[in-house]
Design a protein around this ligand. Structure first.
Ligand code: HEM
Ligand SMILES: *[C@@H]1O[C@H](CO)[C@@H](O)[C@H](O)[C@H]1NC(C)=O
Length: 349
């Protein structure tokens, strides 16, 4: 009995100190240091761990999901847009919500980079999540973690896999327009170019192919695939890998001149369902972007086999997508005393 009392006393003390340290994110690295859970597939954990808000904002996940449910019910494409935001955040200075900063006296916004301008969207949904979180737990949940939670929630609500999400990222006080232009791969990339740009982030070919599977939802503008229809190799001919009827359909959406903002689904068979049809379409010459097609035909490394494997086995794709999302979400986060928790995702404090 005495032993039990001592043990219980210890538990209560441990609980209280954990509560105190987590109520002050940034002081909580007694928990988040080396050996904290969070890393998977041998990836380093960088101090992120799934229970980061367990005591400081236990309702965080529910708040995120409830806003996502409404936003995606209203417009199913929003799931795709939010998944992409996390990707475009992580490839520029790491997953630090730099993409969310608007132009200001000290910030040149990444929103105007080549890959982002007139293209990335979903900022109002992030604002709504942030507003609700600020009400429930002021200055506790970072915008970078909101992006990561929104990406996972959007995947799940679209029918895709879930994963245990490491948390504890903090927000940058800077943005980088030039890094956004240089690090995010363009849609007409060669396979070698894609591999190089993913390697720069510590991501390998397996990650490249699995994460490209994010194109199982969402749409792209004519401007991003026009080159394939009219002048793929500078010889005024279309991309020969395009299946014929698909090619004619695309031409009707995307004329040779004009129509740059017309949109076409990345996975025309199930554009709001997260599944493995994206990979089957690539096998059939019906992938939309050059960067999708070259995963099969680019003839570098092992990517062709991976496309075939994910086309054949949806479960394999889902498992690898989850692993690779965790890896992408771990790209150089700010932790401990670095960065800040923004009050408004669009502005530094
Ligand atoms: C492999 C290199 C990649 C390239 C070259 C690429 C390129 C593109 C392009 C050009 C668009 C259309 C943008 C527009 O028309 O405005 C797009 C959309 C999208 N991308 Fe990627 N992407 C890549 C990787 C990824 C990754 C890793 C993810 C997430 C895991 C992702 C998720 C999405 C989603 C969901 C959309 C649709 C967004 C919407 O409908 O709003 N992409 N991508
Ligand atoms: C990709 O498109 C850009 C802009 O249109 C162009 O300058 C570049 O040459 C293209 N790259 C390839 C590999 O076709």
């Amino acid at each position: 009995m005495a032993y039990l009392k001592v043990a219980l006393g210890f538990l209560v003390t441990a609980f209280l100190s954990a509560t105190v340290s987590l109520a002050h994110p940034g002081l909580g690295f007694g928990w988040g240091g080396v050996g904290a859970p969070g890393g998977q597939s041998g990836a380093p954990s960088y101090g992120l761990f799934p229970q980061f808000y367990q005591f400081s904002c236990p309702q965080a996940e529910d708040i995120v999901i409830s806003v996502l449910e409404m936003a995606i019910a209203k417009e199913p494409r929003m799931a795709a847009s939010l998944l992409r935001l996390h990707f475009h955040d992580c490839f520029v200075q790491g997953c630090d919500a730099s993409i969310l900063l608007d132009n200001s006296a000290t910030i040149v916004s990444e929103k105007n980079s080549l890959p982002n301008r007139n293209s990335v969207r979903g900022f109002e949904v992030i604002d709504e999540i942030k507003a609700k979180l600020e009400e429930a737990c002021p200055q506790t949940v970072s915008c970078a973690d909101i992006l990561a939670m929104a990406a996972r929630g959007s995947t799940v609500l679209s029918g895709g896999p879930s994963w245990e999400l490491p948390l504890g990222r903090r927000d940058s006080k800077t943005a980088s327009l030039s890094t956004s232009n240089n690090n995010i791969p363009p849609p007409n990339s060669t396979l070698q170019n894609l591999i190089t740009l993913f390697q720069r982030q510590g991501l390998d070919e397996v990650d490249l192919v699995a994460l490209s599977g994010g194109h199982t939802i969402g749409v792209a503008r004519c401007a991003t695939f026009k080159q394939r229809l009219y002048n793929q190799n500078g010889n005024n001919l279309p991309d020969q890998t395009l299946e014929r009827t698909y090619y004619y359909g695309l031409k009707s959406v995307c004329p040779k001149s004009g129509g740059d903002n017309n949109i076409s689904p990345l996975d025309f068979g199930s554009p709001v369902k997260f599944d493995n049809l994206y990979f089957k379409l690539i096998l059939w010459g019906k992938g939309l972007l050059n960067s999708d097609e070259v995963l099969l035909t680019g003839n570098v490394g092992n990517t062709m086999e991976l496309v075939k494997a994910y086309a054949k086995d949806e479960n394999l794709f889902f498992k690898q997508f989850a692993k690779s999302m965790i890896k992408m979400g771990n790209i150089s986060p700010l932790t401990a005393f670095n960065g800040e928790v923004r009050k408004n995702c669009r502005l530094v404090n």
